[in-house]
Design a binder for this molecule. Structure first.
Ligand code: SF4
Length: 463
C-alpha cells in the first residue's frame, strides 16, 4: 500500500519527535468527476503553494494527490513518452443536474479504497486538511474528499481552496462540507488570518515569496514536474478567469525558481511544464535570465507550455532562448481567426505572423506547435471554428479546440448567462465545458460529429 508521510518544517525531511508540537496540515488534491479528463502534466500548484507557505511557517505538512500516477502499486494508464497521459477512471452515476447529458460520467484518479486506506494509515492524524479544486465544476471531488476525511477524523477541520472556492464561494458554503472556504490565495491577509484562527494560533508573518514557492516533496519520484516563475496576468481576456484567481502579477527570482525545480530534476523528472499565465509578458532581463540558466541547471530537460504562450511576445531573441532552453511543446492562444472582432486584445494578425516566423526561424518544427481555438463562446457559430482551424492549418500547425467554460466573475459571464439554457450562476456543474453550456441545444453526439466534420474540412488534403 502506498504511504504518505509528514514532512518537517525544520529539516524539510521526515518528522522527528522534535516536530511533535507543530500543527500537522494535510493537503488533498481530490478526484476529478467529469465526462472527460486528461493529464497535461497537471499539478495542484495553488495547493502546493499553500503547503509550502505553511511548512515554512512552522507546520508539518503532507500531500495526497489523487491524480498522481507515481504510486508504485496502483495501476495507471501508460503515460506518453513526454509524461502526459490518461488518468485511471471508474464510471459513476451522473449528478442529477447532468442526467440528460448523453455522455458517460466518471471519477478519475486513485481508487477510492486506496485513498481511504492511505488516509487511515496516516499516523499521527492531521490537525487540519486543505482540499483544493482546479475547476468550479469539479466540486463533487472536493465534497467526496471532505466526506471521507470527516468519516476518518470527525474532529479535524476541513478547509476548501482553489478555483471553485474562489469563483463560487456562496455555492461552496451551501454544501456545508467545509469549515472554512478560502476565496482567493491563502496569502491574502484575511485568508491567512482565518486559517490560523482554525488552528487556534496567532498568524505568523507570511514567508518570503509566499505563493511563489511550492511543496514538491510530496512527489518523491515525480514522473514530470512544473516551472512556475510568475503568477497572474496583466491582460483581462473576457473568457478567462486568471484575474479572478490571482489578481495582479507577481514574479519570482529566476535563480530561486530553477533551484527549486532542480530538486525535482534530481528526483528523476525530465519533463517540466510551464504553468505561468503570462510567462513571456515579463520584462526581458528577467525572462532571459530564467531561460538562459535552464539548460545548464536542468540538462536534458524537455519543456512544455500547455498554457498558451503570448504570441505577441515571441520575438526572435525569445524564440531562440526558448529553443535553447529545451522547449518541445508549444501551444499558442490563437482563439479565433477573426482578428477584427476578437473577444480579447491580445493578438493582431501581424503579431501572429511575426511570432510564427520567429518560432520557425529559431528551429521549432510544425509538429511541436499547436494553436488553441475557442469553441462554445456565447453567440459563436461553427463557421468561426472552421475559419480558425483553417487559418492554423494554413501555417502547417494543428488546431486544438478549447471548449469554453463560463467562470463567474469573468468578463463574458453575464453574456454567457443570458445565452445559456442553464442557470450558470446557480449551479457550477453547468459551467462544465463538456456540456457546451453556451451552445444552442448543448452537447449532443450529432453536434459533436458536426464539429468534427467542420474541423476535418478545414484540414488541407495530406495535412
Ligand atoms: S487568456 Fe491568457 S492573456 Fe488572456 S487573461 Fe487569460 S492568461 Fe491572460
Amino acid at each position: 500500500m502506498p504511504r504518505i508521510t509528514w514532512i518537517s518544517s525544520r529539516t524539510d525531511g521526515p518528522v522527528t519527535s522534535r516536530d511533535r508540537h507543530s500543527p500537522r496540515i494535510l493537503g488533498i488534491n481530490p478526484w476529478i468527476y467529469d465526462f472527460a479528463a486528461y493529464n497535461l502534466w497537471s499539478r495542484p500548484v495553488g495547493l502546493l503553494a499553500c503547503l509550502e507557505m505553511l511548512r515554512r511557517t512552522g507546520c508539518t505538512v503532507s500531500l495526497l494527490d489523487c491524480l498522481d500516477g507515481s504510486w508504485s502499486n496502483v495501476p495507471w494508464p501508460e503515460p506518453s513518452p513526454d509524461g502526459s497521459g490518461r488518468l485511471p477512471k471508474i464510471e459513476v452515476p451522473k449528478p442529477l443536474q447532468l442526467e440528460h447529458v448523453p455522455r458517460r460520467f466518471s471519477r478519475y484518479g486513485l481508487p477510492m479504497h486506496t485513498v481511504r486506506e492511505t488516509l487511515t494509515d496516516l499516523d499521527p492524524p492531521p490537525d487540519l486538511v486543505v482540499i483544493t479544486t482546479l475547476m468550479t465544476y469539479w466540486y463533487p471531488g472536493a465534497r467526496a474528499a471532505s466526506e471521507l476525511v470527516r468519516t476518518i477524523w470527525p474532529d479535524t477541520s476541513v478547509v476548501l481552496g482553489g478555483v471553485y472556492a474562489t469563483a463560487c464561494p456562496e455555492h461552496a458554503e451551501s454544501l456545508d462540507s467545509f469549515d472554512l472556504i478560502l476565496s482567493g490565495p491563502l496569502e491574502a491577509e484575511e485568508n491567512w488570518r482565518s486559517l490560523w484562527r482554525l488552528l487556534k494560533s496567532e498568524p505568523p508573518p507570511l514567508p518570503e515569496d509566499a505563493g511563489l514557492t511550492f511543496f514538491r516533496q510530496g512527489y518523491p519520484s515525480p514522473q514530470y514536474s512544473f516551472l512556475l516563475a510568475s503568477r497572474g496576468c496583466p491582460l483581462s481576456c473576457t473568457y478567462c478567469a486568471s484575474g479572478i484567481l490571482y489578481p495582479g502579477l507577481a514574479r519570482r527570482d529566476p535563480e530561486n525558481v530553477i533551484d527549486e525545480a532542480a530538486r525535482d530534476w534530481q528526483r528523476g523528472a525530465r519533463d517540466f511544464a510551464f504553468f505561468d499565465d503570462a510567462l513571456l509578458l515579463a520584462p526581458q532581463p528577467w525572462l532571459e535570465e530564467l531561460l538562459a540558466c535552464l539548460p545548464a541547471r536542468l540538462p536534458g530537460v524537455r519543456l512544455h507550455a500547455p498554457n498558451a504562450l503570448h504570441v505577441r511576445a515571441l520575438d526572435s531573441r525569445t524564440c531562440q532562448l526558448l529553443k535553447a532552453a529545451g522547449l518541445s511543446t508549444i501551444r499558442l492562444g490563437l482563439e479565433t481567426a477573426n482578428f477584427a472582432s476578437r473577444p480579447d486584445s491580445k493578438l493582431s494578425r501581424e503579431e501572429w505572423d511575426a511570432g510564427l516566423r520567429n518560432l520557425f526561424a529559431a528551429g521549432f518544427n510544425r509538429r511541436q506547435i499547436g494553436a488553441y481555438i475557442l469553441f462554445g463562446l456565447p453567440g459563436q457559430d461553427f463557421n468561426d471554428v472552421h475559419q480558425a482551424a483553417a487559418f492554423a492549418w494554413s501555417y502547417g500547425i494543428q488546431p486544438h479546440v478549447a471548449e469554453y467554460s463560463p467562470i463567474p466573475g469573468s468578463g463574458l459571464f453575464s453574456e454567457a448567462e443570458r445565452c445559456s439554457d442553464y442557470p450558470l450562476s446557480e449551479e457550477p456543474l453547468f459551467q462544465n465545458s463538456s456540456v457546451w453550456p453556451c451552445v444552442p441545444g448543448g452537447f449532443s453526439w450529432s453536434a459533436r460529429q458536426h464539429l468534427r466534420s467542420v474541423l476535418s474540412s478545414a484540414r488541407p488534403k495530406g495535412g
